[in-house]
Write a protein that binds this ligand. Structure first.
Ligand code: ATP
Length: 194
C-alpha cells in the first residue's frame, strides 16, 4: 500500500448562499478511520467532495498524500453493460489485473452477466464498492457505504474497511449508521455548523 495521509485545516463550506460549516480541521495517517456524523443537510456529502478535491472549500485547505477513491451514489458504472464488463472497463483504467476477483468477495459472481441497470439498490452498492476496491487507492472516502445493504453485505463491507485500514489505508466514512470499527474516531459535523 502506498504511504498516505489526509489533513484539512480551517475548512469552511458554502452551498448556494449558505455557509454550512466552518473552522473544521482533521489530520489522518495511514491505518486510521474517521466517522463523520450529522443530521440531513448538515454537509457530510459536501465535506466528502471537498476532501476528494471535487468541490472547492469556501475557505481553508486540504492536503493529501496518496490517491483518493470516493464512493457515493454515483458509481459511474455503465448502466448498459453487464456488471462484469462494466467492472473490467474501470479495471483497465485503474490498471487492476483481476477486476472480477472482488466480485466473489462481495458475493456477486452470479451477477456478472446482469446489466448494471437491472441491479437492485443493494447490488448496485456492492458493485460500486467493488469498483472502489479495484481503484487501489490508499484513501477511501465512503459516503453512506452501508445504505441499502442486507446484514451479510454490511458485514462483508465492514470487513473490507477493516482490512484496508490494517493494510495502512485511510477511511473516511460519512454515515447515519453506526460503524462496527475498532479505533474509529467520530467527527460530529454539528460542532462546526453555523
Ligand atoms: N449544488 C448545490 N447548490 C446549492 N446547495 C446545495 C448543493 N448541493 C447541496 N446543497 C445543499 O447543501 C446542504 C448540504 O448537503 P449535503 O448533501 O452535503 O448534506 P448531507 O449532510 O450529506 O445530507 P444527508 O444526510 O441528507 O445525505 C443541503 O442543504 C443541500 O441542499
Amino acid at each position: 500500500m502506498q504511504a498516505c495521509s489526509l489533513s484539512a485545516s480551517e475548512l469552511a463550506c458554502r452551498r448556494g448562499d449558505r455557509v454550512l460549516f466552518r473552522d473544521l480541521g482533521l489530520a489522518m495517517d495511514g491505518g486510521s478511520a474517521l466517522h463523520i456524523t450529522g443530521s440531513n443537510g448538515i454537509g457530510k456529502s459536501s465535506l466528502m467532495r471537498i476532501l476528494a478535491g471535487l468541490l472547492r472549500p469556501y475557505s481553508g485547505s486540504v492536503q493529501r498524500t496518496g490517491t483518493v477513491a470516493l464512493l457515493d451514489e454515483n458509481p459511474a458504472l455503465d448502466p448498459q453493460l453487464p456488471l462484469g464488463k462494466a467492472l473490467q472497463f474501470w479495471g483497465r483504467v485503474d490498471r487492476c489485473d483481476d477486476a472480477g476477483e472482488i466480485a466473489s468477495v462481495l458475493d456477486m459472481d452470479s451477477l456478472l452477466d446482469v446489466p448494471f441497470r437491472y441491479l437492485s439498490t443493494g447490488q448496485r452498492k456492492r458493485a460500486a464498492f467493488a469498483r472502489l476496491v479495484n481503484q487501489g487507492a490508499p484513501i477511501w472516502l465512503l459516503d453512506e457505504p452501508l445504505n441499502g445493504l442486507d446484514a451479510e453485505a454490511r458485514k462483508r463491507i465492514t470487513a473490507l474497511i477493516k482490512l484496508h485500514c490494517s493494510d495502512g489505508g485511510i477511511c473516511v466514512i460519512a454515515s447515519h449508521q453506526a460503524m462496527d470499527l475498532p479505533d474509529c474516531e467520530t467527527l460530529p459535523l454539528e460542532e462546526y455548523a453555523l
